[in-house]
Design a protein around this ligand. Sequence first.
Ligand SMILES: *[C@@H]1O[C@H](CO)[C@@H](O)[C@H](O)[C@H]1NC(C)=O
Ligand SMILES: *[C@@H]1O[C@H](CO)[C@@H](O)[C@H](O)[C@H]1NC(C)=O
Ligand SMILES: *[C@@H]1O[C@H](CO)[C@@H](O)[C@H](O)[C@H]1NC(C)=O
Length: 459
Amino acid sequence: MLYDSILARSFSKHEQKKMGYGALMGCLFIAFSFSIMLKPHLGRHFLALNLRLFPRASGIKMADIITKKPTPACNWMDWTDFCDIDMNVRIHGESSSVMFASTDMEEHLERNSTWKIKPYARKQDANAMKNTREWSVKAAKSPQKLPQCTQNHSVPAILFSLGGYAGNHFHDFTDVIIPLFITARKFNGEVQFLITDSKSWWVLKYQAILSKLSNYDIIYIDKEAQVLCFPHVIVGLKRDPKELSIDSNNHSFSMKDFKEFLRSSYSLNRGRAMENRGRGRGRKKWEIKPRLLIVARRKTRSFTNTGEIIKMAKKLGFQVIVTEPDANLKKVAETVNSCDVMMGVHGAGLTNIVFLPERSVFIQIVPFGGAEWVSTRFFGEPSKDMELKYLGYDISLKESTLIQQYPKEHVVLRDPVAIQKQGWSAFKSIYFDNQNVKLDINRFRPTLLKALELLHHSS
Ligand SMILES: *[C@@H]1O[C@H](CO)[C@@H](O)[C@H](O)[C@H]1NC(C)=O
Ligand SMILES: *[C@@H]1O[C@H](CO)[C@@H](O)[C@H](O)[C@H]1NC(C)=O
Ligand SMILES: *[C@@H]1O[C@H](CO)[C@@H](O)[C@H](O)[C@H]1NC(C)=O
């Protein structure tokens, strides 16, 4: 699993440097925190850099080896696979087959060529890919060798999966919706979506987004017995390696455009923090109270002193809204978009920063246990590309409810590294699934003050 491999990499570095326990414990923990925070990032940056230096090298090479000619353009990136077949394509859902023929290829093909592809954009994560249906892309030498079309379509199609981790709010956006936006945008609605591993509630939840990207009713392709024909098919989704992001170097659009797209999908009216607030209209900017959204969680990583936080925030001049995001995405989008500052403990609910107006402030509360790396990578860094101002707040041990669950000398409190070494699920079950947060109001106040300052500087 992705998280395990990141952890493992950090451990091995850590192990090399480790000099023993005892008096050095504190120092080691700090060293670990740094290594886990920095190493994965260096790793990712290196990867990204590498790929920028050798653009699509792996994709073209692979295709070359198999077909001696890069047709169809099957691209095997390190983080996603997709095939872009710009010629008559026939799809048979029941047998998970995508077929095409090109006389053009006759001389290059000694035999039929087949590519295997799982159309979910988190390739390196074995667990995600286990839940994703595999499709075959087959090239035949002549159209006579292909099954007859029983249903003709005149627009291009995109085939993608709702397997993997779809259903988790963060993964919905980073693995499906943003990649779908990247892949589908150029068709301007004139594209047919073919969904494999479908979940009907998922489609319902993201209806507003899906119908903005495609003018056609979705086809659930898995049980389709017909042979569907299209002039052009993309199997799988394009994505960029960074989470929740669009690399504007690689596309003619950016996260700014994605956010604009979301605003138009949900008719959100605030493009920028501190403006356009309905009731605030006609008043001078500095007279409008900034709105603070506290993202609540019920089961774990919840705030245990929300009342105190609200009181303090109000004293500082905020209008405060507390909400726990649910599946009513339109309502969530409207609430988030109406705010200028959003704060919450690390978790999938923070994905809703995509709805914040630009120049808003995003405060991520990082739980105890060395979760900085995942917090920064999943939300902190991406938020900057969304033109948000990011403040990370790492809680102290005293602010964690773990101190009530374990004796002072317990390894969980003393040495999160040791727990992390047991892997992601051990780490998660303690630090993510069984930890709540009691914010130290005095320690946290400067962060809220900083948020105010950032708001006023930007307006
Ligand atoms: C190529 O594929 C077609 C259709 O799937 C099949 O009828 C044919 O026998 C295959 N040819 C070879 C050489 O595998
Ligand atoms: C689809 O189009 C092809 C080529 O134009 C034609 O031969 C075939 O009869 C059509 N099939 C259907 C079901 O309309
Ligand atoms: C990113 O963009 C560069 C320059 O526009 C391009 O050459 C490269 O192929 C792209 N890389 C990926 C991974 O798409």
